[in-house]
Design a protein around this ligand. Structure first.
Ligand code: B12
Ligand code: SF4
Ligand code: SF4
Length: 384
């Protein structure tokens, strides 16, 4: 078998099937990463979504017998939406991050990797392969960095010169000994725009994130939103793009080529009030094909309430009062109480007063008391 020719054929085939960038690295352990991950664990900076076994995360040979090399792939996703609807009073809208636009990227990248596996198997019948995207053990960024896909930037993303940081990553470990590519030089230089722009100070220093402070994580958490972050969420209902949109390396990187990721404007910028009423089934039917739906409707609905408070949307007060009085989920009642306190109408104050008498959950009660305290002594004139 001529490996160099096979490698060229793999590269050409990858391009034919819509893989935007491909790189190769060895299956050697990721030693520096292991120390890094250990440190992040000790500092409690991880999100909890990461694979906890650090040996598996950093030793490809533990994931595939006789692993020799790793193929890293990147597929670009759009940063710009055509015909984005504009929100207005009475019709406020939330925002799904770009990584949730179009079809779930896990599906798209897994399909491409499966095609690559078939291609390889046809040429090397005893090839062994194991592919993964996001949910696998390996750190996709560390693989991509070592395979020369892009550099590991201060906003933590892998940035490619061609598509900016708007690329999804995936990889295939194999026993075929492909020749490794050369990692790319860091191109952030003295720039610190992402660190300065992060709304919650989650970027501790270039390349180091405290995920517990990151809005991308907070919007996915199933817990009540900690007080200190509630006003920073803005209208983000899933994920956060701020440290990417401010990045000069992303300028004019629109990446409109992949049809699977073309956003449906009404879904990625959804009206907030209708979101609050969705049943589980309706949520799944409407948003189930998007990657942003993986945590279910509860976090999204909580975030929609925070967004209505962000807009001080008085039109939403009756609906928030209804949630406060009758929603079975304490997180939703507690968030609605907070939002009513922020929006601050007389009707909201009355709803809080009534809810306090009926509420049995201690934490929700505390939210109601706090929100009522904010509105004490307000009159129609002051609050409307
Ligand atoms: C957990 C997770 C999260 C968590 C934590 C993110 C984080 N930065 O750690 C949360 C929920 C916050 C998150 C958010 C996002 N995520 Co995420 N996430 C993951 C996941 C599952 C694991 C990441 C992980 O292991 N983090 C631990 C840290 C320590 O490692 P890392 O950043 O992955 O790797 C780098 C560092 O370790 C660094 N490093 C290593 N050693 C050292 C030493 C020093 C001194 C320094 C400075 C750095 C350094 O180099 C590595 C390579 O760049 C990966 C998929 C996967 N299996 O890898 C996707 C992944 C990283 N996410 C992705 C995306 C798109 C996002 C968001 C942009 C989504 C959004 N718009 O909301 C944000 C970006 C937030 C950010 N600034 O990082 C993509 C990244 C694509 C890219 N171009 O980089 C991935 C690869 C998914 C995919 N397959 O495409 N994510
Ligand atoms: S995704 Fe948002 S919150 Fe997280 S580091 Fe980037 S700017 Fe900060
Ligand atoms: S904003 Fe500046 S520092 Fe941050 S990732 Fe982009 S180039 Fe690097």
């Amino acid at each position: 078998m001529n490996i160099a020719q096979l490698q060229r054929d793999v590269v050409a085939y990858a391009s034919d099937i819509g893989i935007d960038k491909i790189g190769f690295t060895t299956a050697a352990p990721f030693l520096e990463l292991k120390n890094r991950l250990k440190r992040q664990q000790e500092l409690r900076y991880q999100s909890g979504f990461e694979e906890p076994d650090l040996d598996k995360r950093t030793t490809p040979a533990l994931l595939l017998d006789r692993a020799e090399s790793i193929i890293s792939i990147a597929i670009a996703y759009p940063s710009k939406m055509q015909d984005a609807p504009k929100g207005k009073r009475g019709e406020r809208r939330g925002m799904f991050c770009r990584a949730s636009w179009g079809t779930d990227y896990h599906t798209v990248l897994r399909e491409k990797l499966a095609l690559l596996e078939t291609f390889l198997l046809e040429r090397v019948p005893d090839a062994k392969m194991r592919s993964m995207v996001d949910t696998g053990e390996l750190a996709d960024r560390a693989v991509a960095e070592r395979a020369g896909i892009g550099w590991s930037a201060k906003n933590c993303s892998i940035i490619t010169p061609e598509f900016g940081s708007y690329v999804y990553l995936g990889e295939m470990i194999t026993n075929v000994p492909f020749a490794p590519d050369v990692p790319m030089e860091d191109q952030c230089g003295d720039c610190t725009l992402c660190l300065d722009a992060c709304p919650t100070g989650a970027l501790i220093q270039g390349g180091q994130l405290n995920a517990q402070r990151c809005i991308a994580f907070l919007t996915q958490s199933k817990q009540p939103m900690p007080d200190e972050f509630r006003k920073e969420i803005g209208n983000r209902v899933y994920g956060c793009d701020t440290c990417q949109t401010v990045c000069p390396k992303n300028k004019r990187k629109y990446n409109l080529e992949q049809p699977a990721f073309t956003p449906e404007p009404e879904l990625v910028k959804p009206l907030l009030q209708p979101l609050l009423k969705l049943s589980n089934r309706q949520f799944k039917e409407t948003f189930g094909h998007m990657s942003g739906s993986w945590r279910g409707k509860n976090p999204i609905q909580r975030n929609a309430i925070l967004a209505l408070a962000h807009f001080k949307e008085t039109e939403a007060v009756p609906e928030l009062a209804e949630l406060l009085n009758s929603d079975p989920r304490p997180m939703i009642r507690g968030t609605a109480a907070w939002a009513l306190g922020e929006i601050g109408t007389v009707a909201g104050r009355e709803a809080l007063r009534q809810a306090l008498a009926a509420e049995t959950d201690t934490e929700v009660k505390a939210e109601i008391v706090k929100a009522s305290g904010k509105l004490d002594g307000t009159t129609e004139k002051e609050v409307d």
